[in-house]
Design a protein around this ligand. Structure first.
Ligand code: ADP
Length: 166
């Protein structure tokens, strides 16, 4: 398991796709998995949509549950041979701990570190549905609050490889 962390607009999705292709890993984005739940039109999807559209985080047990099911599918299909890259997860320390209990510890964690003004400029240029000004500010705020403890957790675990945007 490889984890790719980074703020909204850090480029973690783009770089994760490139890394997974380069190394033959299966690639799961929690943002994409959650948007698929929304598209499926279930009641859970409706709840998730309300949170994403306000820039809030989806509750930890829901995210970990959706992710765990997707990991199982990949393993069952025999597509985990070169590892699995998870992009956009974990967003909270509780998610990190829950994941270790439910799935296991990651081998490598990559953090795309970028200052908020860079993230703000990139998100403004991207224009996804949840890239409006107020929602961007909420996502940046939660990223600033939650990410340092996640990064520290993996730094202490000795699995962190960082990269600072220039
Ligand atoms: P970005 O990094 O630009 O915010 P993502 O596609 O990674 O884009 O995430 C989009 C939204 O999906 C987030 O704003 C959040 O609402 C939700 N989300 C994604 N990953 C998680 C996660 N690990 N925990 C909780 N919510 C998540």
């Amino acid at each position: 398991i490889t984890l790719v962390l980074g703020g909204p607009g850090s480029g973690k999705g783009t770089q994760s796709t490139r890394l997974a292709t380069e190394f033959g890993m299966a690639h799961l984005s929690t943002g994409e998995l959650l948007r698929q739940q929304v598209a499926s039109g279930t009641e859970l999807g409706g709840q998730i949509e309300g949170l994403i559209s306000r820039g809030r985080l989806v509750p930890d047990p829901i995210v970990v549950g959706v992710l765990q099911a997707a990991v199982k599918d990949i393993v069952r299909a025999g597509n985990a041979g070169k590892g699995i890259l998870l992009d956009g997860f974990p967003r909270t320390l509780a998610q990190a701990k829950l994941f270790e209990e439910c799935v296991g510890a990651p081998r490598t964690v990559v953090f795309f570190d970028a200052p908020p003004e860079m993230l703000r400029a990139r998100l403004g240029a991207r224009g996804r549905g949840d890239d409006t000004e107020a929602v961007i500010e909420e996502r940046l705020r939660l990223h600033a609050v939650e990410t340092p403890s996640v990064v520290e957790f993996y730094r202490q675990g000795g699995v962190l490889a960082g990269t600072r945007a220039t």
